[in-house]
Ligand binder design. Structure first.
Ligand code: C2E
Ligand code: MG
Ligand code: MG
Ligand code: MG
Length: 285
């Protein structure tokens, strides 16, 4: 970025850079403390079948409780990754997500939990063992966990290929997050054990007017036998287009925003369980 700014901008840039470096260090110190005192919280965003909006799972999204506010990952994920703190944070996210999901997967036979994992976490030594141990401790079947990675993971091919295949052999599902926004070639789709493509919000945003890329990803997914999830569905017209085009699963503010675990239970799980109960009583009566 410094090079791109050009020579004439040096002074401004240098001040900006030291300011940013200072912010970065402050954020890093705050994050480190937050990890030690447990100031993170997991939110869960429902994933539903497009056709009938029935619940299929939830994506775990981390939040940082800082100065009485809930900070979104956009404000700290880069620092967490660059500083290596993502390793500890990522372990906490995985443990916590699986802990919550244990109960949910028991209640709902096809519910899965999606966990975001950064490139750095994936290629770090011990990642697969951590996932395996976490599953073994919780008793959650491996295929109820979906690991979301971005296309950047596919670029570092030799190591990633090995790790993703080892995860696949555990039975864990693998999703490509933000699909279509990376710089990788599509050839990895033939080598990597991928289950799901998540259409990036950018290609959902202007549906139904601007639909070429979303349509292409739906076709690609169908032809490759992959599940497709549309992210960032905010309006009814977007959902209508996705339903009409046969998109299997959708996620976005139009369906529900990310929420605390207890709220997911109250709004999405309890109504389902009650409906099931009613059905059972209705039949036996
Ligand atoms: P992502 O995995 O692509 O997650 C989707 C993001 O879009 C989430 O932002 C979610 O709150 C937001 N979103 C969902 N529906 C809508 C919608 O209808 N409209 C709009 N405008 N946004 C929507 P969030 O929670 O701020 O997370 C941002 C990114 O941070 C995530 O993108 C993911 O890459 C990363 N992230 C979040 N939690 C974790 C984590 O536990 N570990 C790692 N490694 N990365 C995480
Ligand atoms: Mg994601
Ligand atoms: Mg995404
Ligand atoms: Mg993302």
């Amino acid at each position: 970025a410094a090079k791109a700014a050009g020579r004439g901008q040096y002074r401004f840039f240098s001040r900006d850079m030291s300011e940013r470096a200072e912010n970065r260090l402050t954020t890093e110190a705050n994050l480190r403390q937050a990890l030690s005192i447990g100031s993170f919280e997991l939110y869960f965003q429902p994933k539903v079948r497009a056709a009938d909006q029935s619940l299929v799972g939830a994506e775990a999204l981390v939040r940082w409780k800082h100065d009485g506010q809930l900070v979104q990952p956009g404000a700290f994920m880069t620092v967490a990754e660059d500083s290596g703190l993502i390793m500890e944070l990522g372990s906490w996210v995985l443990e916590q997500a699986v802990r919550e999901a244990t109960h949910w997967t028991k209640l709902l036979p096809d519910f899965h939990i999606a966990v975001n994992v950064s490139a750095r976490q994936i290629i770090a030594p011990g990642f697969v063992e951590r996932v395996r141990d976490c599953l073994a401790r919780s008793g959650v079947p491996a295929d109820r966990i979906e690991i979301e990675v971005t296309e950047s993971v596919m670029v570092d091919s030799a190591r990633s290929l090995e790790v993703l295949w080892r995860l696949k052999r555990l039975g864990v599902r693998i999703a490509v997050d933000d699909f279509g926004t990376g710089f990788s070639s599509l050839s990895y789709l033939r080598q990597m054990p991928i289950d799901t493509l998540k259409i990036d919000r950018a290609f959902v945003q202007d549906l139904p007017r601007d639909s070429a890329i979303a349509a292409m990803i739906l076709t690609l997914g169908a032809r490759l036998g992959l599940e497709v999830v549309a992210e960032g569905v905010e309006r009814e017209e977007q959902l209508a287009w996705l339903v009409a085009e046969g998109c299997p699963v959708v996620q976005g503010f139009f369906i529900a925003e990310p929420m605390p675990a207890r709220q997911l239970e109250a709004r999405f799980l309890h109504p389902l369980l009650m409906a099931r109960e009613d059905e059972r009583e209705g039949r036996s009566a």
